[in-house]
Design a protein around this ligand. Structure first.
Ligand code: SIN
Length: 534
């Protein structure tokens, strides 16, 4: 017998098995060998240094699982449409198993010391650093953002693990002087319990660690539903969590697409779940909020934004242009904190518009793995249709195209939209009321501070807002009056693990990150000690 044999294109080394032993291979072993061979074959597509980070199964109670129905979710690279692989279409049954596993794991995990959880989170952080190149590449492969941004996201994602490792050991209580004789009031913080986590595709890794880090630090256990477009980053994180020493059942991952309604409903309504953390669109946030109401669960929501970016007449225009580029075109405009409406004072409008268009002309759009590419595709052709609709709507109402203004090709499957700058966008344009989520900078002129504050606040959402001015009085006035959760004054980037990230109005509830983020995963308990005789 030859030293090796093939299954599909893969080769499994068999030299250690004699012919007699081969004949005796049991069905489960054969299944396992076949699976290994096919997995080796499939992981090659990703080109990672550590292919074992790629998992094609869900993760429940410390085990990699397939769905009972055998259905699959196919995941494609949005830049090339190449099939990357598939993950199982899990449903109600597996969701319940995941919640049960998280409930069983909760008592032991919640009673570990804060120092123990700190150490595990620090190991998790270090593993994310050690696998930086692989994790960055994985993000680029499934999301499409350029490799430098993919790696940047991995650093951002890992920073949440580091931050929450440090926060785990600083969950302090309080002593409140008593109003009653012979007694003392003590306040302690306790983990809320099982947490359901819903994450989006625009940050396949960072939106998980921002929630998971806080949940683990607080002593909660988790059931995560990653987006169907980018499940592999979440599964790689589960694998690193396992290597870091996170016990079975503390992290569970339910991959789903078609069954999302029943899975989501269960994750929101199951009585064992005590908290929900969601990042995604405002309509979906409202749906989940309604479901969570049946059992009054604690909820954090980071939903859509429609960020204003204001350039006053006293701004440093070159700095404002650079900031607008970062703020607007990061992730090809697919972030919730992207500038969506750019208001520029009439006296600096022409200068700002021409400088912005000139910089956008230097972008190189393409496959994020290729050298020199600065901007990748949109996640799918539906996303491209929305950007096209916004551009066509604005043009039909009088906007001018300074650069871009159309998809890269005429193909209906195209996912690349040319980075675009539109000027003279009227207040009636759709861009003013809907988040574009694409590479479209929409410029509108204004005359006075009062007028632009009204325009900026004329939105049902309020996540981030930015402005440029060198007048210290105006900086205070505008920062205080913008109806948003986060203000960038003379900067286009606010995101860091150390800040309280979140919005007002229909942009959400609660804060993630910073010293405030862990509170979302904790209950406050009062203990009154009476009869002290003193
Ligand atoms: C988001 O787009 O939801 C998050 C953006 C960020 O954290 O910077």
């Amino acid at each position: 017998m030859a030293g090796s044999w093939t299954l599909g294109h893969a080769r499994i080394q068999m030299q250690h098995l004699s012919p007699i032993k081969l004949l005796r291979i049991s069905r489960p072993t054969l299944y396992h060998l076949r699976r290994m061979a096919s997995t080796q074959n499939q992981t090659a597509v990703f080109g990672l240094k550590d292919p074992s980070l790629i998992k094609f199964q869900g993760y429940i109670d410390g085990k990699w699982v397939d769905g009972s129905n055998g259905e699959k979710i196919v995941v494609r690279n949005p830049a090339t449409q190449q099939e990357l692989g598939s993950v199982p279409e899990l449903g109600l049954e597996e969701t319940r198993q995941a919640i049960e596993a998280a409930s069983r794991a909760f008592p032991a995990w919640s009673r570990t010391t804060a120092k123990h959880r700190h150490d595990i989170l620090m190991r998790f952080y270090q593993l994310m650093q050690e696998h930086h190149d692989d994790l960055g590449r994985l993000i680029t492969l499934e999301n499409g953002k350029p490799l430098a941004e993919g790696k940047g996201e991995n650093s951002y994602a890992a920073s949440f693990m580091e931050w929450y490792a440090e926060e785990a050991v600083r969950v302090y209580g309080e002593h409140i002087p008593s109003a009653l004789p012979n007694s003392r009031n003590i306040v302690i913080k306790q983990p809320v319990g099982v947490v359901s986590i819903f994450t989006p595709w625009n940050f396949p890794s960072a939106m998980i660690t921002r929630k998971l880090g806080a949940a683990l630090a607080a002593g909660c256990t988790t059931v995560i539903k990653p987006p169907p477009e980018t499940p592999f980053s979440s599964l790689a994180l589960a694998e690193l969590g396992r290597r870091a020493g996170v016990p079975d059942g503390v992290i569970n991952i339910v991959t789903t697409q078609k069954n999302v309604l029943e899975v989501g409903k269960e994750m929101c309504e199951n009585v064992s779940v005590r908290k929900i953390s969601f990042t995604g669109s405002t309509p979906v946030a409202k749906l989940l909020y309604g479901m969570a109401a049946s059992t009054l669960k604690k909820m954090s929501i980071e939903a859509g934004g429609n960020a204003p970016f204001i350039v006053f007449d006293d701004a440093n225009i070159d700095e404002a242009v650079d900031a607008a580029i970062l703020c607007k075109f990061r992730g090809s405009g697919q972030t919730c904190v992207c500038a969506n409406r750019i208001f520029v004072h009439s006296s600096v409008y022409a200068d700002f518009a021409s400088k912005l268009a000139a910089k956008v002309a230097l972008f190189k759009v393409g496959n994020g793995l290729e050298d020199g590419v600065t901007h990748g595709p949109l996640i799918h052709s539906r996303a491209l249709s929305k950007v096209t609709r916004h551009v066509e709507d604005a043009i039909s109402k009088g906007a001018q195209v300074l650069i871009g203004g159309r998809p890269l090709t005429d193909s209906p499957d195209d996912t690349f939209f040319l980075p675009t700058v539109l000027s003279d966008v009227p207040s009636t344009a759709l861009i003013n009321t809907e988040e574009t989520f694409g590479p479209l900078a929409a410029l509108t002129k204004f005359e006075t501070e009062e007028e632009v504050i009204q325009m900026a606040n004329n939105a049902s959402v309020g996540l981030a807002g930015y402005f440029f001015s060198r007048d210290v009085g105006r900086v205070w006035r505008v920062a205080e009056r913008l109806e948003v959760g986060m203000v960038g004054a003379n900067t286009g980037i606010v995101s860091q693990a150390v800040i309280p990230f979140g919005g007002v109005k229909e942009s959400g509830l609660g804060r993630e990150g910073g010293p405030h983020g862990i509170d979302e995963y904790l209950n406050t308990k009062l203990i009154v000690f009476g009869g002290l005789g003193a």
